[in-house]
Design a protein around this ligand. Structure first.
Ligand SMILES: Cc1cc2nc3c(=O)[nH]c(=O)nc-3n(C[C@H](O)[C@H](O)[C@H](O)COP(=O)(O)OP(=O)(O)OC[C@H]3O[C@@H](n4cnc5c(N)ncnc54)[C@H](O)[C@@H]3O)c2cc1C
Length: 372
């Protein structure tokens, strides 16, 4: 396994939530046990309007048979713990090494690293995210990400008093007048929060000209007109994700070529609003392993994977795009009508209508072997 970032720094980075379908995939690989305790239980989304009036609540899926509900993780802690577990099982992990491309011939495949090193194997699976170098190696005309109209900020504030006022084990979402806000209380009295701002992408120049407190002042002003704890949380918090432009990748025509294949955001990046990107990537890992184990050739394995996955993942990316569009200026004007939103959460976006995402379970083909 090759990873561009160093996995030693586990405090830099923001949070995300993995729903039961993703946790079940980790469990199939015997990898949930070593990371479960790093996650904060997150059972539902509680949604309110700008005035603080309730709009609805949505479960984040049926917990696993042992009772584990969706869990929220600080990303680098989860990634680091999974790398530790991979190394414990004897899997070689090269971190701090960037891949620039991939090659193949009849006998094998290789990745070429930035420092010129060439690493060879039977096949290459690119799990290298929305800007995937392996996707471009497979198809030079592959699409790039589509801007979804939102910038993303995230942070954390230690405030046991505010944490105690928020619904326990839940994301608290506010459709604000100028932005969309989310907050999750943790058992240690921290509140993890994020802000989605409907605006044009933030440029590199704007990013380098704005200080951390400059961003927080701007976010605080966006939160000021709304009910809820966000103005205070932002003023006293630490920013962990600043000015991240949000892209999705709705449909990639070519998923594999010969010995080169792809999984995760590299082929189907949903907008963060879907809350499913990481879970889909974990499901992919199990389905890819199963499909390769069941096939007689690598190419047939990649074809089986695409057949098993394309419809589901593209449907989820579409859900994420729709959820993001409710947070853009036109969407925000629409959601200011609280009564209409309450009807949506009662009849359209319901636990039942979302069960196909959260309650999906992948199984490992018995011919695939879990190492370790
Ligand atoms: C702000 C935000 C919030 C989100 N919240 C959620 C959420 O709550 N729940 C959820 O399920 N999803 C969420 N997502 C989506 C989720 O993060 C992604 O869908 C998921 O991480 C995809 O996993 P991946 O492994 O395919 O790609 P990535 O997580 O992007 O991982 C790709 C890895 O490849 C490495 N890499 C990239 N290029 C190279 C290279 N050339 N050489 C070597 N290594 C390389 C990167 O360093 C990275 O570690 C969110 C996304 C964002 C942006």
């Amino acid at each position: 396994m090759i990873e561009a970032r160093s996995v030693t720094d586990r405090d830099e980075g923001s949070w995300f939530t993995i729903s039961p379908n993703g946790l079940a995939a980790l469990d199939v690989l015997d990898a949930l046990g070593p990371v479960r305790a790093l996650g904060v239980p997150t059972r539902r989304n509680v949604i309110v309007g700008a005035t603080g009036r309730g709009l609805g609540a949505l479960s984040l899926g049926t917990p696993l048979p042992d009772g584990t509900p969706a869990l929220s993780f600080k990303r680098p802690r989860l990634a680091g713990a999974l790398v530790d577990e991979a190394r414990r099982r004897g899997i070689e992990v090269l971190d701090g090494v960037r891949v620039s491309g991939a090659e193949q011939d009849a006998r094998g495949a290789a990745v070429v690293c930035d420092d010129g090193t060439r690493l060879t194997g039977d096949l290459v699976i690119g799990a290298d995210g929305i800007h995937s170098a392996i996707r471009t190696a497979i198809d030079p005309d592959t699409p790039t990400g589509r801007y979804v109209g939102l910038t993303n900020f995230g942070g954390v504030t230690h405030d046991p008093t505010i944490a105690a006022t928020l619904p326990a084990e839940s994301w608290y979402f506010v459709f604000g007048r100028r932005a969309f806000f989310g907050a999750l209380p943790t058992p240690t009295g921290d509140v993890v929060w994020f802000v989605n701002v409907p605006e044009a992408p933030i440029s590199g120049a704007q990013r380098s000209a704005t200080s951390e407190s400059g961003w927080r002042d701007r976010l605080g002003a966006l939160a000021a007109p709304d009910a809820g704890p966000f103005a205070g949380l932002i003023a006293r918090g630490r920013l962990e994700l600043a000015a991240d432009n949000t892209y999705d990748l709705p449909s990639v025509p070519v998923w594999h070529r010969g010995r080169l294949g792809l999984v995760g955001d590299a082929i189907h990046a949903p907008a963060p609003s879907s809350g499913q990107g990481a879970s889909m990537a974990l499901e992919d890992a199990v389905v890819m392993a199963s499909s390769l184990a069941a096939a007689t050739t690598i190419e047939a394995g990649f074809e089986g994977f695409e057949r098993a996955r394309r419809a589901r993942v593209e449907r989820i990316v579409a859900v994420g795009a729709r959820a993001s569009s409710t947070k853009t200026p036109r969407g925000i004007r629409r959601v200011l009508n609280d009564a209409a939103m309450r009807l949506v959460f009662r009849h359209v976006v319901t636990e039942k209508s979302q069960a196909w995402m959260f309650d999906h379970r992948v199984a490992l083909d018995p011919r695939a072997r879990v190492v370790g």
